[in-house]
Design a protein around this ligand. Structure first.
Ligand code: HEM
Length: 399
């Protein structure tokens, strides 16, 4: 069952990469589609299809597989898939409209059902573990993030889609989705991998780590409001949040390095490579968060789409997608070779480098070669081929 769920998650990954390439080559190839509708399809299926399906499959494997709730979980899983496929076949043609809003609202209800199911059926023995405590708070971040989309309806009818409230509601959703739900849940699965090998983070380390990490998740939301050039206190709170997160992850990796490196060394080279890559991606993200709290940087960065898109894809394609694949591989739900992972990471670095350079050139007022669009399109195609090879490897009958 979980291998099939992993296949479905990877099919979504391939589909969003395909849509992403369509968006990237839009400036150079004429296509009979609506750009914004494809952006909405891409981001919904990316967050709610690939990452949500991948993460809930990992959480079921780690915490619910022993609870004999397979049949009931299957109902939740397929109901959720119907809502995701509903979004996939409506957003490209209508954008935000009746049916796409119905399916995305039904998805939110399906996600609340999963959260209730997890809390009800997770064995009591596992509820004492640090990994459970992180997954628990990450699921609450997922629920909290949904306040954004629910508020959109009311905002559209009152302040309107041009109002700062509309943009902030989308940023609220995105922030608590990836800085809360995605990253904290992946931290929980990271600790679960070590707990499976009988290393549990001590209470002395876990308690300050937990409060610094989550305090940082909440306070770094202020970063998403800096585009409005608010009062200086917003910058200070965002900076404090960024520093709290940097310290919290520093504490986590120091503890694991001191106590569990022998366990880590026993893991497969694919998982070790992915974790070291993820630590690099995370470190850059944490530094970007702190730098982004300074007005001179946030004023420049938040008005440049390439800087925003390269940052969110650094997190989504780098940190989140590489760790998701590594944990699916660690739990033997996914087949992946080191060479395919390297091919993916090379494509990732190339797209990030080109989009970041285009953003920096615009900030510096430097005229970039007109071939840059084409180069970005080719690099994104490389990423699409890498994801296609990963999916083909997963679906192939060969072990
Ligand atoms: C091969 C992989 C990918 C490519 C080529 C790609 C490309 C793009 C492009 C071109 C945009 C539109 C930027 C704009 O004009 O607003 C975009 C937006 C976005 N992408 Fe991706 N993307 C990829 C993978 C992902 C993944 C894996 C995720 C998340 C897990 C993701 C999440 C998003 C989000 C949230 C947006 C912003 C949507 C908005 O502005 O409403 N993308 N992507």
């Amino acid at each position: 069952m979980l291998k099939r769920h992993t296949n479905i998650a990877l099919i979504y990954f391939f589909l969003i990469a395909f849509l992403g390439v369509m968006l990237r080559i839009f400036p150079i190839v004429d296509m009979p589609v609506n750009y914004r509708f494809i952006v909405h399809t891409h981001s919904h299926i990316a967050l709610l299809g690939w990452v949500y399906t991948g993460l809930t499959t990992l959480i079921y494997f780690a915490f619910l597989k022993s609870a004999a709730v397979r049949k009931r979980y299957r109902i939740i899983f397929w109901f959720t898939q119907i809502t995701i496929i509903g979004m996939l076949v409506t957003f490209p043609f209508t954008g935000y409209a009746l049916f796409s809003i119905i399916f995305s609202s039904l998805f939110l209800l399906a996600s609340y059902w999963f959260v209730y199911f997890f809390f009800k059926h997770c064995p009591a023995t596992l509820k004492k573990k640090p990994s459970y405590k992180l997954v628990k708070i990450s699921l609450w971040y997922m629920v909290i993030s949904s306040l954004g989309p629910w508020a959109l309806g009311a905002i559209m009818n009152t302040a309107g889609s041009g109002s700062p409230w509309y943009r902030n509601a989308i940023y609220f959703f995105l922030h608590f989705q990836y800085n809360g739900w995605f990253i904290v849940a992946l931290c929980g699965i990271f600790l679960f991998v070590f707990e499976q090998k009988s290393y549990t983070l001590s209470r002395k380390v876990f308690t300050p780590f937990y409060y610094l990490l989550n305090g940082g998740v909440v306070l770094t939301f202020f970063l998403s409001l800096l585009w409005m050039h608010p009062n200086w206190s917003f910058y200070l709170l965002a900076l404090l949040g960024g520093v709290m997160q940097l310290i919290s992850f520093g504490m986590l990796f120091r503890a694991v390095y001191a106590r569990a490196m022998s366990i880590f060394k026993e893991m497969s080279s694919l998982v070790k490579t992915s974790v070291w890559m993820a630590i690099l991606f995370l470190f850059v993200k944490l530094c970007a968060q702190i730098l982004g709290s300074f007005p001179v940087i946030s004023d420049t960065v938040f008005t440049n789409l390439d800087m925003i898109i390269s940052y969110i894809h650094w997190v989504f394609l780098g940190l989140v997608s590489v760790l998701l694949m590594a944990f699916l591989y660690q739990f033997q739900l996914m087949k992946l070779s080191l060479s395919r992972l390297y091919f993916y990471i090379a494509g990732f670095f190339l797209t990030e480098l080109l989009i970041f350079s285009r953003g920096m050139a615009a900030i510096a007022g430097i005229e970039m070669t007109s071939y840059l669009h084409l180069l970005i399109g080719i690099a994104s195609l490389w990423l699409l081929i890498a994801i296609a090879l990963i999916l083909a490897g997963q679906l192939s009958l060969k072990d």
